[in-house]
Design a protein around this ligand. Structure first.
Ligand SMILES: *Cc1c(COP(=O)(O)O)cnc(C)c1O
Length: 396
């Protein structure tokens, strides 16, 4: 099997799993309990908080553990909007956000909020002039993702953060694809709220965090016990949190090396596909993109058929967001970068990890070449296209 769907989820690394193990059957105490048996679990949660914060230059008490990226996004957008209701009810986001942000914004729209969806350029970069023009006196929150989960484009966070802070607006970023993969610093980038999820960087599923800058006033998302400084109720998921912390520490230790390795392989993959598969295109920014992301369109090819045939060859890939596959809607991200409907249906996302080898890439490229050729040979549209090309050529 060749696993090239690391944007959907990653394998839990062996050292992360080892770190988690004692907190199931041995150190199982509730970290909030008083007796000394709970001390080691509480200490482990503290240590994870420290490691998690360190990766983005935050203070440990600015980290709030959650059940993952979706919860963090829901919490950030809803609670920030509600807390600032008296100032205004206008939010700015982009057209290419993850559904955890987009659907939360749509929910708020139903409850009397106004949302501006800023567009992106052909590479998927948020248009800063449009963003700036959208700011109003009643704008309370800007939510723009750090890096896109489908096309990998990295956003100009520093510029967005500066705009937000200059105008006294909170800045939330969905950093689920970026945290643990590329350097992020909440001070340098003026980030007030940041969402991340452990399973996107070799930690366990079902755990993540929301960074809330000290001094930002907003309500809790889950009401109940006093965990997480009374802002997120619920007994701590000790093994999950320990795994998140271990994954963060691991990412910190090897980030530079991983970026270098993945970027090289990614660029090799992109070059081979664009050179060797006719009528293919790369989606997303050519250089300002996640080190592990490649996203292609192949004209005359149905994305779904390509995925099924790749699967038959043992290659796990995706057509974009795992959350939307299963639906036949074209990707909102590909539509936002200006692709027509028929092309937005036929995309292929390949996302690498540091375990991906050059051989994996070679096998995958050969598989894509032969599958694309086979599918096109069965496509009447492609046949017409080739015929038209030939006639056009004959005329010249
Ligand atoms: C995966 C993902 C999420 C959702 O995170 P979960 O932990 O799976 O809930 C949110 N935003 C982005 C950009 C993602 O890639």
């Amino acid at each position: 099997m060749i696993y090239l769907d690391n944007a959907a989820t990653t394998r839990v690394s062996a050292e992360v799993f080892e770190a988690m193990k004692p907190y199931f059957c041995e150190q199982y105490a509730n970290p909030s309990s008083i007796y000394s048996f709970a001390g080691s679990a509480a200490k482990a949660v503290d240590e994870a908080r420290r490691r998690t914060a360190a990766l983005i230059g935050a203070q440990p008490n600015e980290i709030y553990f959650t059940s993952g990226g979706s919860e963090s996004d829901n919490w950030a957008v809803k609670a920030a909007a509600e807390a600032l209701e008296r100032k205004g009810k206008h939010i700015i986001t982009s057209r290419i956000e993850h559904h955890a942000v987009l659907h939360t914004c749509q929910y708020l729209e139903k409850h009397g909020y106004e949302v501006t969806y800023v567009s992106v350029d052909e590479n998927g970069v948020v248009k800063l002039d449009e963003l700036e023009a959208a700011i109003r006196p009643d704008t309370t929150l800007i939510s723009i993702m750090a890096a896109n989960n489908e096309i990998g484009t990295i956003q100009p966070l520093k510029e967005i953060g500066a705009l937000a802070s200059k105008n006294g607006i909170l800045f939330h970023t969905d950093a689920v694809q970026a945290y643990g993969h590329i350097p992020l610093d909440v001070e340098r980038l003026h980030i007030d709220l940041l969402s991340a999820s452990s399973h996107k960087f070799h930690g366990p599923k079902g755990v993540g965090f929301l960074y809330i800058r000290k001094g930002v006033r907003m309500g809790s998302f889950l009401h109940g016990g006093a965990q997480e400084r009374a802002r997120r109720a619920g007994t701590h998921n000790t093994p999950g949190i320990v795994g998140l912390g271990a994954a963060a520490a691991r990412a910190a230790a090897q980030m530079e090396e991983t970026i270098e390795k993945e970027t090289k392989l990614r660029d090799y993959l992109i070059k081979r596909v664009l050179d060797e598969v006719p009528y293919s295109r790369l989606n997303g920014h050519p250089s300002k993109r996640l080190p592990n992301n490649a996203n292609f369109c192949f004209r005359f090819i149905e994305g779904e058929s390509l995925l099924i045939l790749l699967d038959q060859k043992g290659i796990c890939a995706s057509s974009g967001s795992a959350c939307t596959s299963g639906s036949l809607d074209p990707s909102h991200v590909l539509l936002a970068i200006g692709l027509p409907h028929e092309i937005a249906h036929g995309s292929l996302r390949l996302t690498l990890s540091e375990e991906t080898t050059r051989e994996d890439i070679d096998v995958t490229v050969e598989a894509i070449k032969s599958i694309v050729e086979r599918l096109r040979s069965m496509s009447p549209l492609y046949e017409d296209f080739v015929k038209a090309q030939r006639e056009h050529g004959a005329q010249e």
